[in-house]
Design a protein around this ligand. Sequence first.
Ligand SMILES: NC(=O)c1ccc[n+]([C@@H]2O[C@H](COP(=O)([O-])OP(=O)(O)OC[C@H]3O[C@@H](n4cnc5c(N)ncnc54)[C@H](OP(=O)(O)O)[C@@H]3O)[C@@H](O)[C@H]2O)c1
Length: 305
Amino acid sequence: MEYLSISNSNLSVSRLALGLMRIAGKSVEEAEKLINAAVELGINLFDHADIYGAGKSESLFGEVLKRNPSLREKMIIQSKCGIRRGFYDLSFEHIVGSVEESLKRLGIDSLDILLLHRPDTLMEPEEVNKAFSYLDNQGMVRAFGVSNMNPMQTELLQKSVEYPLLFNQLQFSLVHAGMVDSGINVNMTNSRAVDYDGNMLEYARLKNITIQAWSILQASKGEGTFLDNPNYTKLNERLAYYAEQYGVEKSAVALAWILRHPAKMVAIAGTTSPKHLEELAKGVDINLTRQEWYDLYLSAGRLLP
Ligand SMILES: NC(=O)c1ccc[n+]([C@@H]2O[C@H](COP(=O)([O-])OP(=O)(O)OC[C@H]3O[C@@H](n4cnc5c(N)ncnc54)[C@H](OP(=O)(O)O)[C@@H]3O)[C@@H](O)[C@H]2O)c1
């Protein structure tokens, strides 16, 4: 496993993280197998949110920790807050209340990282700072970041928040790469030139913010993954070609494509299968050439301007 030293912190996070969004329906034994497999692969970053499985994902993870207390010291446990039923809420009360509940469910004293799940347009940066200060002073959270925010929203928060915002969790994959597309198509009038995120990729690099990529294998909504998906024939053909060259599965090549970008992202795997996780993790060791990277990029249906 490869680890990334996070600037302005003493965190060293694995380039592949495990996301727990989908574990709620699993048994404790199944969750235990998955989490142990992740730790054995050297994964140390575990991504939660208060809303995953309506709290069940965190409770199940907590049960696994209770059965295996020695796992805690090998883990960087991250959770997110701010999404409520029908609205977003980054108020002091909601941030603090959400963390208190997450800690109870996880059965731990502190979160290593807290992310604000989505921008709440009614957020007050000073109030967010008050919440972060409270959580820090109470020893409930060690480090902070955001998710699905653009550079200006991050700047706005950072103006008042006295803690460095270390991470931004954003959707990114071979088939969802708007952050790259708009940068390649600058000054063009095609749809790929549309900048949906305010140049978050470049901003993150300038500010030493680590992007955590989510849904690294997902196709369009409702289509499942793009792996073996008939709507992505050319992409699957190129993934299969490189999978054979490198002696891995296609998922590992898709992961290697994300990790090859010099923005040095962390990728979050959402699989609940220890076998799939092991296959994916092999991608961490693959260093695609520039030509291979562009070949895969174009095989997902893009053209260079
Ligand atoms: N910040 C945000 O707004 C946000 C939004 C969404 C997700 N997230 C985070 O990102 C994590 C990952 O999201 P995701 O679950 O959508 O990501 P993903 O890794 O792209 O998708 C995982 C899904 O792909 C399936 N899959 C099929 N074939 C696979 C293979 N060969 N290898 C691996 N998986 C395969 C998995 O099924 P199996 O279980 O059968 O392998 C699972 O259902 C979440 O757990 C969460 O932590 C964050």
